[in-house]
Design a protein around this ligand. Structure first.
Ligand code: S3P
Length: 192
């Protein structure tokens, strides 16, 4: 295992470019890409803190994500999402798992880039569809399959704006976490 080396990589993220820049790892990707599970594994192995943006929103608002969607609608949820990114402020050395739709607002990208390195957890449509379709806790996955597919297709170019792209298929959460560290390491080697 190369976790010791990866831990060093994580430490290096904090000092990349300017030392004043926060060094977090921000995970983006469609629902079911594994942002929360891989994020938890990544944080555990590297001794970093995990911040799950959806959990933060639910805690701050005293409701589940589903309840927020039902009672206040998607736009209000999106406002809460942007506010939650703001609330992370000077966070450093954390893995941040975002919700699948965070990439839709340009202002969120400014905030995510300020927080650290944005990593896109990529998975194919068939895999994602199997993992999330009809999940009652995911309001946007409860729609008919064509709509969810259109949503996915419309977001792929947005996810691609991430600093790094990591394949989240065909491996355990620990393996995918390992791929993220390798990608970060290579990004550094290439001066990224
Ligand atoms: C959403 C994804 C969800 C959650 C909300 C909206 C989306 O998070 O933020 O239901 O727009 O794709 P996950 O990606 O963790 O399921």
């Amino acid at each position: 295992m190369r976790w010791r080396k990866w831990r060093k990589t994580v430490a290096a993220i904090g000092t990349m470019s300017r030392s004043s820049e926060p060094g977090n790892i921000v995970l983006v990707g469609f629902m079911g890409a594994g942002k929360s599970t891989v994020g938890a594994e990544l944080a555990r192995r590297a001794g970093m803190r995990l911040v799950d943006l959806d959990h933060l929103i639910a805690r701050r608002r005293g409701r589940t994500i589903r309840e927020i969607f039902e009672q206040e609608g998607e736009e209000v949820f999106r406002d809460y999402e942007t506010a939650a990114l703001d609330a992370l402020g000077e966070l450093n050395g954390a893995v941040i798992a975002t919700g699948g739709g965070v990439v839709g607002r340009a202002e969120n990208w400014l905030r995510m880039r300020r927080l650290g390195t944005v990593v896109y957890l990529q998975a194919g449509w068939e895999t994602l569809r199997e993992r999330v379709l009809g999940d009652p806790e995911r309001p946007l996955a409860a729609a008919e399959v064509e709509r969810v597919h259109r949503l996915w297709a419309s977001r792929v170019p947005l996810y691609a704006q991430a600093d790094l792209v990591v394949d989240s298929e065909g491996g355990s959460p620990a393996e995918v976490a390992g791929r993220i560290f390798l990608a970060l390491e290579q990004g550094e080697h290439h001066g990224g």
